[in-house]
Design a protein around this ligand. Structure first.
Ligand code: ADP
Ligand code: MG
Length: 696
């Protein structure tokens, strides 16, 4: 299966090179996994008179007229007609004209295949696939003929979607069951009624019926998702069993005193559950690697804090990393206040910690004089040394790359426990597929007494009314956010767009009655911080900004989130922005302002936003609307690039595969039982061929 594609009969060095370049087909195996995107019933020939709009791909048989070249240079094209008993079909070529002229023989009968379109009411096929008509060939064709993805370059070299099928046919003839051995345990395959593997490969290419094709796809999809999950789970199991981790063995004074004396509220049952999960994880001598998901405002920080106290109780230092300076400062102030009565040393380290202050802090850290360090990515820079680092908590992880996380490992002799917290709502199906190697916790409950944010959709021509509403809220002593989208490729255009918006806002809110903070990406960091600070301290009532505040500040007094050109935002972004309000005692509002004309998808997004506040529901919808490729943090990872599986539409199958995996590993974590040997063999044969091993 790993033979170079050039060894296949009918390929040769030239075509091999093209297949590699154009389609990434290097080996027999690559060709086998270059699946057809449709099948043609070769025995079905349509009469030209019966061609109708909307029919798409058809096969027609008839006599070919002479070729005719029309136009000059860029509009040059080649045309011909094919005629059967019932009518005439126009054929058009724009490319490879001289090649076509050489190959095609006017006056002969041809079998013509392609996508029909209608031009001035007449049917035509652009760049048809042509084959000399041979009725003998139709006999004995008891399978549906596959059509493969191809490219113009390949088509010009006679490697169109159908010709690739011929190669696949040659390959299939050479293969036997031994080349494609079954890789699922027999019991499982039967229980799930999956087609045997070899048969599935044959039927995904050359099925006799549609039903067989579908069964083949189902089998191969299952295999794909099952092994992906098995690998992830094995990584996790291996870590559970073999990794070394520091032990937080006791719940000590700090934790207990804080819990009894300082905690300003009762924990929700979801928070308690997650804490218990963390307790178990950090107490058994293995490294914890846990993803904690919880909607905006669900109370992740307090869970992080209790976890850090647990570390301190056991003599370890803990770090909390935040994506921005302002967020780090907020965490620092909040946590310092909460820990006031306790003998816990808390410090902050960011890019702006400089000079003597910085030097002294680094010394204290290395000597163990600091228990909890809060900061930005500055905390993982080289000069930072710890005396006894036991826990690292990363808030909003998608701003920190895998490589940055890895830099923590050499900050302690035994790798510290890691808790990754995120409010970016990733649907469960996706989380367990993309982060299957991390353990997963979720806070799926908001603290009691939250007033739901009221979300409304308003059109541009209601702007005055909307601004009046903002004024009324400000008159009540509240603050408001006004957010502009980042839409253009160029920062300059975005900047101009924001400035125009700002000018409009200013006409509604003139100084000195109103003061506005503005923050945007082109602003120097210190100015950004200063403008944010003025809003936090209520020096300004209005924050005008691009999405830079998406992850960030906590201003409980802010009660209105106005989002300009809302149609330009994705669902999860809108939800994140909305999460900036509704943090105080006052009733809060989110206003989605859009233009009059909305596309269907944008309209759908507005509908979803105004109908639910639940981040997980929104995440699921987002996935349905946009597909998994766009979910933040998974894009670069390539973790979700499946050949056949579509995480959204195949969710049910993903779930089944997950259960199967868990069941198998529960009974047999080494895959040492004889019936699991096939799994082990297959995984071993795949080693080095996938990117899975790179996942941290
Ligand atoms: P996020 O999960 O978005 O990081 P935070 O940790 O910032 O949320 O919490 C949001 C707000 O909810 C904070 O003001 C916090 O003090 C409060 N909070 C957290 N847990 C509870 C609880 N169990 N009961 C009441 N308020 C809580
Ligand atoms: Mg938070």
């Amino acid at each position: 299966m790993s033979s170079p594609i050039g060894y296949l009969k009918g390929v040769g060095p030239q075509r091999a090179e093209l297949l590699q370049k154009e389609l990434g087909i290097f080996t027999f195996n690559d060709l086998l996994q270059h699946y057809p995107f449709r099948h043609v019933d070769k025995t079905k020939i349509t009469f030209i008179a019966a061609l109708a709009p909307g029919e798409e791909y058809v096969q027609v048989a008839g006599l070919l007229s002479p070729l005719e070249q029309i136009g000059e240079r860029r509009v040059r094209r080649l045309t011909a007609q094919v005629r059967d008993r019932t009518g005439v079909l126009e054929l058009v070529w724009f490319q490879s004209i001289s090649l076509i002229q050489k190959m095609i023989q006017p006056g002969q009968a041809y079998l013509v295949y392609g996508k029909v379109s209608f031009f001035m009411g007449k049917p035509q096929i652009v760049h048809p696939e042509m084959e000399l008509w041979d009725p003998e060939k139709l006999k004995g064709k008891d399978y549906l003929e596959p059509v493969y993805p191809s490219t113009e370059k390949l088509k010009a070299k006679n490697l169109g979607g159908r010709q690739i099928g011929k190669l696949a046919g040659v390959l299939m003839q050479h293969l036997s069951e031994r080349d494609l051995p079954e890789n699922l345990p027999p019991g499982m395959r039967e229980a799930l009624r999956l087609m045997p593997r070899f048969e599935a490969f044959r039927n995904i290419h050359f099925p006799r019926t549609n039903a067989l094709y579908e069964a083949a796809v189902r089998r191969l999809k299952f295999e794909e998702i099952f092994f992906a999950q098995l690998r992830m789970n094995l990584l996790r199991w291996e870590r559970h069993r073999f990794s070394k981790g520091v032990v937080f063995e006791k719940v000590g004074d700090l934790f207990n005193r804080f819990y009894k004396e300082c905690l300003p509220f009762e924990l929700t049952s979801a928070q308690k559950r997650v804490l218990k999960e963390i307790r178990i994880d950090t107490g058994r001598g293995k490294q914890m690697n846990r993803l904690l998901q919880g909607d905006v405002g669900s109370g992740k920080t307090i869970v992080a804090l209790l976890n850090m106290l647990l570390a301190a109780d056991n003599g370890f230092q803990a770090v909390l990393m935040a994506p921005t300076e302002i967020l780090a400062r907020q965490h620092f102030q909040g946590i310092k206040e909460l820990l006031e009565p306790l003998p816990v040393e808390v410090a902050i380290l960011t890019g702006t910690t400089k000079g003597k202050e910085r030097r002294l802090l680094l010394e204290r850290l290395a000597a163990g004089g600091v228990h909890i360090l809060i900061g930005t990515h500055a905390v993982i820079e080289d000069p930072v040394r710890f005396s006894n680092l036991g826990l690292v908590i990363i808030d909003e992880q998608h701003r920190f790359g895998v490589a940055q996380r890895a830099r923590l490992w050499d900050k302690a002799p035994i790798p510290p426990h890691v808790l990754v917290m995120t409010a970016t709502p990733i649907p469960r199906t996706l989380a367990m597929t993309a982060y299957g190697d991390l353990d997963y916790s979720v806070i799926d409950e908001l603290p009691p007494g939250r007033k739901p944010i009221q979300t409304v959709h308003r059109y541009e021509n209601d702007r005055s009314l909307v601004m009046d509403f903002l004024k009324a809220e400000i008159a009540l002593g509240r603050q408001v956010y006004i957010i502009f989208p980042l839409i253009e490729e160029s920062e300059k255009l975005d900047y101009e767009n924001l400035m125009q918006g700002y000018d409009v806002i200013k006409t509604y809110f003139p100084e000195p009655q109103y003061w506005i903070s503005m923050v945007h990406g082109k602003m120097p960091a210190f100015q950004k911080e200063e403008n944010m600070r003025r809003f936090v301290t209520h020096d300004t009532q209005i924050m005008v900004s691009t999405t830079v505040i998406e992850v960030g500040v906590n201003v409980p007094n802010a009660s209105v989130m106005l989002i300009e050109s809302s149609e330009k935002f994705g669902l999860s972004q809108l939800h994140q922005l909305r999460g900036r309000v509704g943090r105080g005692a006052e009733k809060s509002y989110c206003i989605l302002l859009t233009g009059k004309k909305l596309g269907n998808e944008a309209r759908e997004r507005m509908k979803i936003m105004t109908s639910t506040n639940n981040g997980f529901v929104i995440a699921e919808k987002d996935l349905e609307l946009r597909g998994p490729g766009d979910i933040e943090g998974t894009r670069q990872s390539g973790m979700l690039s499946f050949r056949l599986v579509d995480i959204v539409n195949d969710r049910a199958m993903v779930e089944v595969a997950k259960q199967q995996c868990e069941q198998i590993l529960k009974d047999d974590p080494d895959l040492s039982k004889p019936e699991h040997a096939v799994l082990k063999d297959f995984l071993r044969s795949q080693n080095g061929k996938t990117a899975w091993s790179k996942i941290s």
